[in-house]
Write a protein that binds this ligand. Sequence first.
Ligand code: UDX
Length: 446
Amino acid sequence: MHVVMIGTGYVGLVSGACFADFGHTVTCIDTDADKIAGLKRGVMPIYEPGLDVLVGANVRDGRLSFATDPAEAIATADVVFLAVGTPSRRGDGHADLSYVYAAAEAVGRLIRGYTVIVTKSTVPVGTGDEVEAIIRRVAPHAEFDVASNPEFLREGAAINDFKRPDRVVVGAETERAIEVMRELYRPLYLNETPLVVTGRRTAELAKYAANAFLAVKIGFINEIADLCEQAGANVQHIARAIGLDKRIGPKFLNAGPGYGGSCFPKDTLALSRTAHDMGSPVTIVDAVIAANEQRKLAMAQLVVQAAGGNVAGKTIAVLGLTFKPNTDDMREAPSLAIVPALQAAGATVRAFDPEGHQEAKKHLTGVEFASGPYECLEGADLAVIITEWDQFRALDLTRVAALLDDKLLIDLRNIYGFEDAAKAGLTYRSIGRPTHEAPRAALAVG
Ligand code: UDX
């Protein structure tokens, strides 16, 4: 099949490369000429493990190409995906759909023969109806259907998520469109991926419901972590204890400094606004949004408290700035709230992130960037782990202690244990775990 991606951002590029790898012929379109020129030379506009190799191989095999002008590709396309950005509209948190609508109009003018136009961008319920109306207006006689096919890709694991998804959701209103979408995803039948076929509005809302539910799960475990600190209980053990219940599931129960990224903050807000407008508020999601914002700031207070109530004049080594590991994405990262708050409290912040420096420099001021984790720690008073990159999981803690003047390690991702840190001579503070646990409190699942 011939597939066109309108928008070669994160979702468009990963999806395009993966569809090409399935054997389809894919053209990725973007208005950003520099980005397209770079991709033609093999330069990836984002950091995503394995993407450069996947793109390179499919370009070489002639299944994947890039262009700024969509005319030629759309004329022969079976499926055109709209994968343009839907940022939060400034001021009200609604998803800004202007790029989606502009793309729909452009596509409408260019389609020839039966084409399925698919929204892959996360769009509020009802957007497909509007896309259909726009195309009908500019191309009254065109043969087309509009479908919804939300993505569930995690940054850093996007290729695997695309190729081995838990499910694929397709929302469409005609059998003809459903058949085209089935054909497109046929390679996934081999591993028996469930294809959930539903109405278009349902598919649109399902995406928001999925992300909001995961955000609620994180918000919930973070509040339980706070409670654990008061109660002398261990949140990791609670996550295990409840996660083994199949109705709850073990994933997304890691307490931390709050969720960030390009999806959860934006999508929860957009869902909240839509629900409010429709007179059916999602109060649980509203509470999680507020708690998550508050949490990021509370993390800076936690650091100050752990440092004895005052960080003025201290140098704080920050390990990890991106909103999670294996990405250079800084959007809504907890570090963007924590670092400025520590600076405002009078601390000097020195940071190291394996991939995030370039993006971080756009958002943070007055931060010194170190060339590695130990360089970051050298001569600092205390250290804070904000993002759980693999290379921070196996630090030589004795060396860490030797490099830090106050011998204080604050671990906002719970990647170390109290005993190992204490053995290395560190004062250790983590999230939702007692600072010291009797051996009988160690977790054992038999
Ligand atoms: C998410 C969804 O997982 C994906 O399906 C959707 O398409 C886009 O949004 P992503 O934002 O890439 O993906 O990252 P994810 O791994 O879900 O993590 C989001 C945030 O939640 C990160 O800040 C992460 O640190 C945080 N998180 C995640 C926790 O704090 N605890 C957890 O247990 C899991």
